[in-house]
Design a protein around this ligand. Sequence first.
Ligand code: ME8
Length: 593
Amino acid sequence: MLRTSVLRLLGRPGTSGVSLLEYSSPRHYSSGPLGAPDDGRGARAFFTTPIFYVNAAPHIGHLYSALLADALCRHRRLQVPSAAATRFSTGTDEHGLKIQQAAAAAGLAPTELCDRVSAQFQQLFREAGISSTDFIRTTEARHRIAVQHFWGLLKARGLLYKGLYEGWYCSSEECFLPEAKVTRQPGSSGDSCPVSLESGHPVSWTKEENYIFRLSQFREPLQRWLRGDPQAITPEPFHRAVLEWLEEELPDLSVSRKSSHLHWGIPVPGDDSQTIYVWLDALVNYLTVIGYPNAEFKSWWPTTSHIIGKDILKFHAIYWPALLLGAGMSPPHRIYVHSHWTVCGQKMSKSLGNVVDPRTCLDRYTVDGFRYFLLRQGVPNWDCDYYDEKVVKLLDSELADALGGLLNRCTAKRINPSGTYPVFCTTCFPSEPGLVGPSVRAQAEDYALVNAVATLPGQVADHYDNFQIYKALEAVSSCVRQTNGFVQRHAPWKLNWESPVDAPWLGTVLHVALECLRVFGTLLQPVTPNLADKLLSRLGVSATERGLGELYFLPRFYGHPCPFEGRRLGPETGLLFPRLDQSRAWLVKAHRT
Ligand code: ME8
């Protein structure tokens, strides 16, 4: 049989009857604060993770996506505290051939497999402190209603037609692949088997009469959207990649399968012989969770930020916006894309047996420790490698030694016997650098520290905006180092509270260091919520003083009163983050086996 590299469309597409002029002016946004598009809707923001397949248990990659979304959302809540202003959804993708086949292989009914694995995702996310406001399962009735309504809209707008669709289908990736993305590998009986070039998963030739979406009509509208909003897909290399894909021909897309072949899914309305394509089904979850098709969804769409892995960029940056435009809606506000975790230099896979279980990691490194590690080390622009020693080294140096040590130095009884936030002395640390006088003690590096910490919240917000959370944490960590340098330089343990010369400066050194710690604690809340709570509580910072709106750093330096000055510190509750290398017996054991 002659097989062409481009999927052949043998149907007779008519004209869609929909004017593309309708699609020519998607909403434009200012580059304002994260999730706050300048669209007159105020401060609302809606964050999503991908919904995860239930064919296998969750791994650290899934947790990483959820943590990125969680940190963005928590940071947003610090900026706009009203609970009604933010939504955050995650969930499980339960339909399709992949799940149908996985259930059959496990000897389970698909619903049993879905219930079992979906519960594992829910438990993991609960344990990891993922603060989602909705967990959707695509097998829910509310979702079927949304998908069928969405389908009806595409149909009514003339964007679906029936035609013969053929090509290589990869059930593991749940998509058709062009010939150029297929290669041959020797199978178990020595014969040559076609597999996906990228994933190595088997593909099979499929020829069916399906419903087909007029994707080809959306190439130019998509290009206009992306050229008009350079941050639509962040980081920039992914934006560029999508524009490059759009230089190529954009074939129409098969959006249903024969029910006799795929029964585990949502039936096409009015045609039970066809099941809706699992990606169309899955993508609509982002509307289901905001109440679609009820009008309430309009107050959340399109103020949406999708957090996704690079593997599903095409589905989110081409198919989904085209489907939305087709249904008369705007594309999402932002698509934040991250790369993958590998393990000891290899792709994580069940067949290689190197999948890292996130629950074991949460147990070993604590919830906050593991959250910090993934978000501090994960770089969206490129793949990152996981190994246990790296976690121990990072957490010991940054959380236990640098941050925990700093807190301990400034609050320990022998150095701060009154257990209070000491008074800042403006003559010891005048707001103008370079002044000389008998009581001036601050040095040039101290002004550099104040400047660095004063500008830190803004820098952190910019990094969140650009989806570079690891850079936000790097900036915090660098300021922690600088603050430790400040304390080291002035060695408060050598100063005497009883001496009228030493005491004002000793109080000032501790006051400045505690103010720095207050900023670090506030900024770390989205990443290490429990640790930040412990830190802020120890400093005596109340629950209503932890938002970014309240974060006035070192007001006494700038001539304003400080509400913390003279306040009692919170109770001592032990080490902020215990060193891990003491308890590494399991690591040594793991290496011996
Ligand atoms: O694709 N490193 O689900 P999925 C980092 N159901 N992140 C990883 C990763 C890794 N090694 N492996 C997976 C699907 N991920 C569809 C999505 S959305 C409407 C439907 C994360 O279970 C990453 O976010 O295969 C990736 O995009 C997602 O899990 C894929 O999860």
